[in-house]
Design a protein around this ligand. Structure first.
Ligand code: MRU
Length: 351
């Protein structure tokens, strides 16, 4: 399998070689780096050379596929043991996005049930994850665009963080909806402190030539107050609980509150791999806390008085009652009339 052709690509795989776009260098430099093994995959995820829930899972899976592909012939039992050990290691890279854990569980099952070469079965399964993510995102784009079109005449939207081609295998989730919808205008937040919006979503929207305006995270309420033609805020997800509570990039919760106050739709776009049916509600999500320096330093210098302490949660959990719709590749899910939460376990058709 070879997916090295399209324009905006976070992950390039041409068996046995994995390269990723180093997102730490964007928007200044377009640099692809080789990820030769699971150690390099783990490093790329923890240092955020790659990020975004689906991309994290796929880079983890393919980094080990690259390693396995280069290992040469090996006994099936030993290979299975090696793969399982490395998957457990990759699991420790970032704690919030469930896609990583979902991918690891599926890959372990493939190894357990492999007929013939374990290595070949593993590599094929990892490759299929890459293909499936692009396909699913295009479906999310179609379902989500139709939902937003149904909201009325003005189709301007606002989005948060980066949920596009750079955060996935391609097309994107929330930004995938924007791509498919082609709204007259998109507003996107900076997404402090890591600036995924300003650096990455801004980059994608420029490449795609979608008319867009960057706003500070703190300007969103003022913007909604001033512009009634913004019909929806569309965000991605790192983990959606069974009742619809959604963990996503820090700042998502306050966007949902302001959307409710201003009577705009608040739409979560996520592949099924972001839905954690084992988690009944959002309280159980492990929220990653990142270093104080992401807030206290910028451009290589300290920007606050020495001795300043900072709290830097990377995600927050938006209660389901604030979410108008959850869009997956399998359709658009809304709450039952008069209810505050979703019932995704029974609503979402299982494959
Ligand atoms: O810390 P990041 O950049 O990995 O966080 C990314 C997000 O929170 C995205 O909104 C989420 O992963 C969905 S990506 C399709």
């Amino acid at each position: 399998m070879n997916n090295t052709n399209s324009k905006l690509q976070a992950i390039r795989w041409s068996r046995p070689k994995l390269t990723i776009l180093n997102q730490l260098e964007l928007p200044h430099k377009t640099e692809y780096i080789e990820i030769a093994d699971s150690t390099a995959g783990h490093y790329a995820i923890t240092t955020m050379q790659t990020r975004g829930a689906p991309a994290i899972a796929i880079v983890a899976a393919l980094s080990l596929a690259a390693e396995v592909s280069m290992m040469g012939p090996s006994d099936n039992g030993e290979m299975a043991m090696h793969i399982n050990t490395r998957l457990d290691y990759l699991k420790t890279s970032r704690p919030t996005a469930v896609n990583l854990f979902d991918a690891i569980a599926k890959l372990k099952r493939v190894v357990r049930e492999a007929q013939g070469s374990v290595a070949e079965a593993y590599v094929c399964a990892a490759e299929q994850m890459l293909e499936a993510d692009i396909r699913d995102n295009k479906m999310i784009g179609e379902h989500g665009a139709r939902f937003i079109q149904s909201l009325g005449t003005g189709k301007k939207v606002l989005t948060h963080c980066n949920t596009g081609a750079l955060a996935t295998a391609g097309h994107g989730t929330a930004l995938g909806i924007v791509r498919t919808l082609k709204p007259p205008h998109v507003f996107y937040t900076e997404t402090r402190p890591y600036n995924q919006g300003a650096r990455l979503t801004g980059y994608e929207l420029l490449v795609e030539q979608i008319p867009a305006t960057l706003v500070c995270d703190s300007a969103v309420s003022a913007l909604l107050q001033r512009d009634p033609t913004i019909v929806a805020i569309v965000v991605g997800a790192d983990r959606v609980a069974r009742n619809g509570d959604t963990a996503n990039k820090i700042g998502t919760y306050q966007l949902a509150i302001t959307a409710k106050y201003h009577n705009r739709a608040f739409v979560v776009a996520a592949p099924m791999t972001s839905i954690d049916l084992e988690l009944s509600e959002g309280k159980g999500v492990v929220v990653e806390e990142r270093s104080e320096e992401e807030i206290t330093w910028a451009g290589g210098r300290r920007v606050v008085p020495e001795g300043t302490r900072a709290w830097n949660p990377s995600f927050d959990v938006t209660p389901a009652c604030l979410i108008s719709a959850i869009v997956t590749e399998r359709g658009v899910f809304t709450k039952n009339e008069g209810e505050d939460v979703y019932d995704l376990a029974t609503q979402v058709p299982q494959e």
